[in-house]
Design a protein around this ligand. Structure first.
Ligand SMILES: Cc1cc2nc3c(=O)[nH]c(=O)nc-3n(C[C@H](O)[C@H](O)[C@H](O)COP(=O)(O)OP(=O)(O)OC[C@H]3O[C@@H](n4cnc5c(N)ncnc54)[C@H](O)[C@@H]3O)c2cc1C
Length: 444
């Protein structure tokens, strides 16, 4: 029987990162990565296939990253894990032994049990090149697209599908605003304003009751009784941990139905680790179960799992969600807790906001507006969350805020400025948002 010191199952964000991290920490070990698909999509790039990028082929992770790290690649599906004798069996009938196994089997899109959901031209967001190619061809023929779900995926799909094609787009969102599971209402309202400005129709709060048509979708019936035409539907309502293999092997699952792991990413079998979308997660803030599924979180967990394979070196302190997106030319980003979520978790909060140009003087090239909203715990002044909106630098700024949250920093830290690169030191949004919160705390 063939054998590797480490087998990683899964070839996307978590699997690749776990394998590379293992190579870094344990250079002498043999590592084998098994994945189902021939070509791996960059998952976060999927919406851009339908607009900016233009095709699934242009949104692939190159296998050179595995070759460079001497990681053997097997394209096959693992069907069983023999835990006692430590081997995996594949669909092609191969048996491969391991010393340590990493499960990075990811997530699968949720298909709601709505009548008619299996009709032709109703799509979910599957990480599969040929499926997305078919979806692209259908969208290029489509004149009426309905997107079910106005979260990140729905909003990004709407913004990309409107580019380079004449198509009527409607988002049906169950909550009172799009992106509401992430941002506070003020940011959601700006995001919706941008989408509406591009002619995207938003129906909220509204629910799909059934899909209309015979074998091919022709429309959508809403809970309000309204019927709208649709020749293409995209379901963007979330995904569930892919635990099929883990369950079959008798590994424990957690409260959100992810593979149960401890703080070192061990599953209930000491020789099997798990990371990424397939695993159970807890919040950094209160240790409660968290359903967050993000590539950034997946790779963070994979780095911990990869480092701990042959000795405990790192600990997972729980999830701080860091989201970013861009609609039109406006970026939206969040780290940690929104004001609403912090209050729901029982924190007594104080909020500071600051907005202005991100260059000085404002006539400098590439100037854009930048708004920063910070949420602190009243009393301790510890930062709990941040939201950033406007300039494209939001994606990097939110990562700096995330580091502050992780380190439980209070209110302010030193910053540097430059006319061509940042806002002025007087108007620096991050500092000034914190200053506003200090003022609010002092005036209690
Ligand atoms: C449209 C879209 C946009 C997104 N945008 C962002 C974003 O901007 N930022 C962000 O942080 N996150 C984003 N995400 C979330 C991100 O894509 C996921 O969190 C990430 O893909 C998780 O990586 P993973 O490796 O855990 O799982 P997956 O990407 O689901 O990969 C699972 C892997 O396991 C393999 N596999 C499963 N079972 C088997 C088996 N039995 N045998 C062999 N191989 C198997 C699969 O083939 C695949 O290679 C987005 C998701 C989507 C769908």
């Amino acid at each position: 029987m063939k054998k590797a010191d480490v087998i990683v199952i899964g070839g996307s964000a978590a699997g690749i990162t776990a394998a590379i991290t293992c190579r870094r920490h344990y250079p002498e070990k043999s590592i084998l990565l098994i994945r189902k698909e021939k070509q791996v999509l960059i998952p976060c790039g999927i919406p851009y296939i339908f607009g900016t990028v233009g095709s699934p082929d242009k949104n692939l992770v190159p296998d050179t990253v595995l070759e460079k790290n001497s990681i053997e690649l097997v394209i096959d599906e693992v069907t069983d894990i023999g835990r006692l004798d430590r081997f995996v069996t594949t669909a092609k009938g191969e048996k491969i032994g391991y010393e340590k196994l990493v499960l990075a089997t990811g997530s699968i899109p949720i298909i709601p049990p709505i009548p008619g959901v299996d009709m032709k031209n109703i799509f979910v967001v599957r990480k599969d090149v040929s499926y997305l190619q078919q979806m692209l061809e259908q969208l290029n023929r489509s004149s009426n697209l309905v997107i079910v779900g106005g979260g990140f995926i729905g909003a990004e799909f709407a913004d990309e599908c409107r580019k380079n094609r004449h198509i009527k787009i409607t988002i049906v969102e169950m909550l009172s605003h799009c992106l509401m599971l992430t941002f506070d209402e003020d940011l959601c309202a700006v995001a919706e304003g941008i989408e509406k400005g591009y002619g995207i129709n938003i129906l909220e709060p509204e629910k799909v009751e059934s899909f209309l048509g015979d074998s091919t979708v022709k429309g959508v019936k809403l809970a309000s009784g309204r019927e709208i035409e649709a020749d293409t539907v995209i379901l963007g309502i979330g995904c569930a941990a892919n635990t099929k293999l883990a369950e079959k092997a008798g590994l424990e699952l957690g409260p959100t139905k992810g593979i149960q792991v401890n703080r070192y990413m061990h599953t209930s079998d000491e020789n099997i680790f798990a990371c990424g979308d397939c695993t159970e997660k807890v919040s950094f803030f209160d240790g409660k179960p968290s359903g967050l599924k993000l590539a950034s979180t997946a790779t963070r967990e994979a780095r911990i799992a990869g480092a701990n394979l042959f000795g405990t070196r790192r600990i997972n302190e729980g999830v701080i969600g860091v989201f970013s997106t861009v609609l039109g030319d406006t970026a939206f980003a969040l780290a940690g807790l929104s004001e609403r979520e912090a209050r729901q978790k029982g924190y007594n909060v104080v909020v500071g906001e600051s907005e202005g140009p991100n260059r000085h003087p404002s006539g400098m090239p590439e100037m854009a507006n930048l708004k920063v909203k910070l949420v602190f715990e009243r009393g301790t002044g510890i930062i709990l969350g941040g939201q950033v909106m406007g300039a494209k630098c939001s994606g990097e700024l939110i990562n700096a805020i995330s580091a502050c949250i992780h380190e439980k920093m209070t209110i302010a830290f030193p910053m540097g400025t430059h006319p061509a690169l940042t806002a002025s030191p007087v108007a620096y949004q991050l500092t000034n948002a914190a200053e506003m919160a200090i003022k609010a705390m002092r005036s209690d």
